[in-house]
Design a protein around this ligand. Structure first.
Ligand code: BTN
Length: 273
């Protein structure tokens, strides 16, 4: 990545997404606090469903669990999308599964690499994190909810861009791929995949979505340790349930469901991821 890295081709992105629910309106900022902030601002104005915002740089990018999300300017895909669902529409868990599968496939296509999902919605290549998803949701007065899905994908960083703990745990498409990385193509693929899944009725998509998530999961069958309410549990991952809770066959016996809202992965016993 050079100091004069090319900016996203936002005109091309707008053309490619114009006829979809997701991306029919696309906003773009060279710098902002967080694309999720811009998306929520749009929600306040009304009629924001499908609104997508990209930024080249964020001054206060946020990650899950109160973490920050930092990326050099023009190094990746930083984007948020607004999804409004009615009373019988998709809940946050289903949106998380959809986003994880869509990001996973956009990463895989963008670098011709094998990408996997680490529960709940980290995207890995070679066991290192390349993409993350932050979902913020608010219930609506008449039922249903509005959700902002914030997505970050590392594209052009070199090894030296990842400091501290990230040096061992993070990667980018440029590091992993043996061909030039086109951020615009990654962004288009991401929102085409997202639109394809969102376009299916929740009932139709439910089974195939879970199968898609399972086939991309880096954790099924793996030994794992998780923390829930301060208590550590060990066991083997056997599945996810429709609410996106991780199902673990516990060493102490029995199967227990762990929800992303109150559980963190401590470490996988066997593979160190
Ligand atoms: C995580 O893995 O912790 C989630 C990271 C999500 C980062 C993206 S970048 C675009 C959007 N805006 C933000 O402030 N966060 C998300």
């Amino acid at each position: 990545m050079s100091a004069s890295a090319a900016l996203l081709n936002i005109k091309k992105i707008r053309q490619e997404l114009a006829h979809q629910r997701i991306g029919r309106r696309v906003d773009y900022h060279e710098s902002t606090t967080s694309t999720n902030d811009i998306a929520w601002h749009e929600v306040e104005k009304g009629s924001a469903d499908g609104f997508v915002v990209f930024a080249e740089h964020q001054s206060s990018g946020r990650g899950r669990l109160g973490r920050t999300w930092v990326m050099p300017k023009a190094a990746g895909v930083l984007a948020s999308v607004v999804i409004c669902e009615g009373r019988s529409g998709r809940k946050t868990a289903a949106l998380g599964l959809i986003a994880a599968v869509a990001v996973c496939d956009a990463v895989a296509a963008g670098g011709s690499v094998a990408a996997t999902i680490k529960w709940p919605n980290d995207i890995l290549v070679g066991g290192r994190k390349i993409g993350g998803i932050l979902i913020e949701a608010k219930p609506q007065p008449g039922g249903g909810q509005v959700a902002v899905l914030g997505i970050g994908i590392n594209c052009l960083q070199h090894r030296g861009h990842f400091c501290g703990d990230l040096a061992a745990s993070a990667t980018s498409l440029d590091i992993e791929s043996d061909r030039p990385v086109d951020r615009t193509a990654v962004a288009i693929r991401l929102f085409k995949e997202l639109d394809r899944w969102i376009g299916q009725s929740p009932d139709d998509a439910g089974k195939s979505l879970r199968a898609a998530w399972r086939s991309r999961s880096s954790m099924l069958g793996e030994r794992i340790r998780v923390r829930q309410d301060g208590v550590i549990f060990s066991g083997s991952v056997i599945d996810i349930d429709p609410t996106s809770a991780l199902l673990i066959q516990l060493d102490e016996g029995g199967v227990r469901a762990f929800s992303a809202a109150d559980t963190t992965v401590v470490r996988a016993d066997a593979d160190g991821c």
